[in-house]
Design a protein around this ligand. Structure first.
Ligand SMILES: Cc1cc2nc3c(=O)[nH]c(=O)nc-3n(C[C@H](O)[C@H](O)[C@H](O)COP(=O)(O)OP(=O)(O)OC[C@H]3O[C@@H](n4cnc5c(N)ncnc54)[C@H](O)[C@@H]3O)c2cc1C
Length: 402
């Protein structure tokens, strides 16, 4: 495996790094104090700067104005942009839009691409993904109570979802609903359907309070009810019964991007931890970094970050050079491994900052609250571990080890 970065790509990464340092980090204190929506004018100014620098939408198709970077290069971009909580949004490659754009581009009709995909890539509209339900386990994506039934030339959707992230002020939702309850395979019973906001019967019940914070706009997580919500049959995305297949597709490269963003967060917390340890005095003559316990925090974090980074890059390399099927075990493995490294690095950085770590004067507390979710969304730890162990045991089943 060759992880060398081309000169051209290094220039792109350096420009992004500089932008994050000069333009985004100074905005963060206001971002932590205010709400996302209240910051929109300033955020839009930064987005326009990124567009002018031709660094907009690094992983999205060139035909829609993105940079169209391959997976291993876009992975490096996520690491650089993950350094600030504003990075991905300002550069037009944030979730859940990124995953929605990916499946719209691959499976959408020409009409769907022009109406939903193109403006989503351009950053003119936002979108959300509505799969998890209040009443049934989200960890079992083949179990859905939401239904979509054909009536004339329309789908009639009924269901109760939550964690439809960023629904507030989005232009459309991609909803997962059961359309083929009789299908023999549980994996062929659901479909994805596009629901434009404002469609009668689509109601945002509330923006959920998550870890003590009710977000707005892109920073929100909505509880949603679909009550006899009617949309045209042509709003079906991909084929009927293809919902699960598309959902898997949406998550594959998405895991690389999530993991590299988390490594970006680890890098930030690590930098803060080291520089604070060097300047905070524990006695009039000694700083925290003089303590051997603090040194173990630094060494453990450095080792974990390096291991995590190499694991993710190696998985991205396999997907790109061999194919996604060859990397299935690693895709699950990095998801829970890096999510847990993230928790330990953030926690150590917070610990080293003491009381300051609990305040919003650094980004550490924000990450501590917000990124605990990494072990839950996109597949809980337990499910990924079970899946990895199952694959490994299958490989051993018919092998005699001497
Ligand atoms: C910040 C955030 C953003 C999100 N954004 C979105 C979004 O945009 N769209 C969307 O549709 N969803 C979203 N989700 C929802 C997320 O995908 C689900 O929360 C996740 O799939 C888990 O489902 P659940 O909450 O129903 O937990 P459950 O499935 O009820 O699981 C609860 C717990 O049970 C344990 N468990 C579950 N299954 C097993 C098993 N097989 N073996 C052993 N233990 C198990 C685990 O400890 C798990 O944490 C988001 C969630 C969060 C926290």
């Amino acid at each position: 495996m060759d992880f060398r970065v081309s000169e051209k790509m290094q220039t792109v990464l350096d420009m992004m790094k500089e932008f994050v340092q000069k333009e985004l980090i100074p905005m963060e204190p206001e971002f932590f104090a205010k709400d996302f929506t209240a910051m929109l004018p300033e955020i839009e100014d930064k987005r326009n700067m990124v567009r002018k620098m031709e660094l907009w939408a690094p992983l999205h198709p060139k035909e829609y104005g993105g940079m169209g970077l391959p997976l291993t290069e876009s992975a490096l971009v996520y690491e650089v942009l993950g350094y600030s909580p504003l990075g991905l949004y300002v550069f037009g490659c944030n979730a859940p839009d990124a995953g929605n754009i990916e499946i719209l581009h691959k499976y959408g009709t020409e009409e769907q691409k022009e109406k939903y995909c193109r403006p989503n890539v351009e950053g003119k509209i936002r979108s959300c993904f509505s799969m998890t339900e209040v009443e049934v386990a989200g960890s079992n994506p083949t179990w859905l109570l939401t239904t979509a039934v054909k009536d004339g030339d329309e789908w009639v959707i009924n269901g109760h979802k939550w964690y439809t992230s960023a629904a507030d002020d989005a232009a459309f939702a991609i909803v997962m609903a059961e359309t083929n309850p009789e299908a023999a395979s549980r994996h062929m019973r659901a479909s994805m359907i596009i629901v434009p906001m404002g469609t009668p019967g689509f109601d945002i019940v509330r923006n959920i309070s998550v870890m003590g914070h009710v977000g707005s706009g892109w920073g929100s997580h909505a509880e949603v009810r679909y009550e006899n919500c009617r949309v045209p049959l042509k709003n079906l995305l991909g084929g009927e019964g293809m919902g699960f297949v598309l959902a898997q597709e949406r998550l594959g490269p998405g895991r690389i991007h999530h993991c590299m963003r988390w490594i970006g967060i680890c890098n930030r917390c690590f930098d803060l931890m080291c520089s604070y340890a060097l300047k905070r005095r524990r006695t009039p003559t000694e700083v925290l970094a003089d303590s051997d316990i603090i040194k173990t925090y630094i060494a453990d974090s450095a080792a974990e970050i390096l291991a995590a980074r190499l694991m993710v890059l190696s998985t991205a390399w396999t997907i790109e050079n061999v194919g996604v099927k060859a990397a299935m075990k690693e895709i699950s493995l990095i998801k829970f491994y890096v999510a847990n490294i993230l928790q330990s690095v953030i926690d150590r950085a917070l610990q080293v900052h003491g009381g300051l770590g609990m305040t919003d004067d650094t980004p550490i507390a924000w990450h501590y609250r917000t990124d605990r979710a990494a072990r839950i969304y996109d597949g809980v730890d337990e499910v990924h571990k079970i899946s990895v162990a199952r694959r490994i045991l299958r490989e051993y089943k018919d092998r005699e080890i001497k």
